[in-house]
Design a protein. Structure first.
Lengths: 113, 109
C-alpha cells in the first residue's frame, strides 16, 4: 500500500502564468481533497473530487480548477497566478467523501514572483 | 460560516509539565472536532477526533459545547511532542475540514 504522493515538491512561477499540481491518492481511495496553506496559516479547503466529479468547493475563484482521473489521481490547476497564490498546496485522499479517514500528502510549495 | 480559533502561535513548556493547547470554534450546529499534528519534516496527520473519545499518545480532548471549545491536553509533556498542532472542524455532512491557524508546541528540557 502506497501513501499519498504529490508532484512537484516545489516550483517557482511568475505572476500571470498557469500551474498544474498533481496528486496520487493512496491505494484504495477514491476521493481527493485539495487545501491551500499560506505561510503561518492553517490549511484552507479548495475543493474535493469524488469519482471524477467536484463534490464541494471552498471560497476560491474559478481560476482554481481541478480534475480527477479514472485511477483517482487528481490535478489542481491555477490560472493567472497572483502573488497571493504562493503557498503550500496539500492534497488528501480518502475512501468516500468523509473527512474521517483523510490522509495527507507532503504538499507542493508554490512560489509566485 | 464556521470558524476555528487557536489563540496561541507558540506554546513552550518544560518536559514533564502539563500541556493545554487551546481551540475555540464558532458554528451554530453540531460540529465534529479534530486535532491534527505535524512533526518536523513529516506530513499532516490526524491525532484524535472528539467522536472517538480516545486518548492518543497521552493526549485527550473534550468537546465543551457550552464554551465552544475543544482544548487538547496532556498531563506530562515529552520532547517528542514538539510539533505543530492544528484544530479542525467539520459539520458532519460537509466534505471539508476548517482548520485553525495552528499552535507550535515546544517541549524543552
Amino acid at each position: 500500500e502506497t501513501g499519498v504522493t504529490q508532484s512537484p515538491t516545489h516550483l517557482i512561477k511568475t505572476r500571470g502564468q498557469q500551474v498544474t499540481l498533481r496528486c496520487s491518492s493512496q491505494s484504495g481511495h477514491n476521493t481527493v481533497s485539495w487545501y491551500q496553506q499560506a505561510l503561518g496559516q492553517g490549511p484552507q479547503f479548495i475543493f474535493q473530487y469524488y469519482r471524477e466529479e467536484e463534490n464541494g468547493r471552498g471560497n476560491f475563484p474559478p481560476r482554481f480548477s481541478g480534475l480527477q482521473f479514472p485511477n483517482y489521481s487528481s490535478e489542481l490547476n491555477v490560472n493567472a497566478l497572483e502573488l497571493d497564490d504562493s503557498a503550500l498546496y496539500l492534497c488528501a485522499s480518502s475512501w468516500g467523501t468523509s473527512v474521517y479517514e483523510q490522509y495527507f500528502g507532503p504538499g507542493t510549495r508554490l512560489t509566485v514572483t | 460560516a464556521q470558524r476555528v480559533t487557536q489563540p496561541e502561535k507558540l506554546l513552550s513548556v518544560f518536559k514533564g509539565a502539563p500541556v493545554e493547547l487551546k481551540c475555540n470554534y464558532s458554528y451554530s450546529g453540531s460540529p465534529e472536532l479534530f486535532w491534527y499534528v505535524q512533526y518536523s519534516r513529516q506530513r499532516l496527520q490526524l491525532l484524535l477526533r472528539h467522536i472517538s473519545r480516545e486518548s492518543i499518545k497521552g493526549f485527550t480532548a473534550d468537546l465543551n459545547k457550552g464554551e465552544t471549545s475543544f482544548h487538547l491536553k496532556k498531563p506530562f509533556a515529552q520532547e517528542e511532542d514538539s510539533a505543530m498542532y492544528y484544530c479542525a472542524l467539520t459539520t458532519g455532512t460537509a466534505s471539508k475540514l476548517t482548520f485553525g491557524t495552528g499552535t507550535r508546541l515546544q517541549v524543552t528540557l
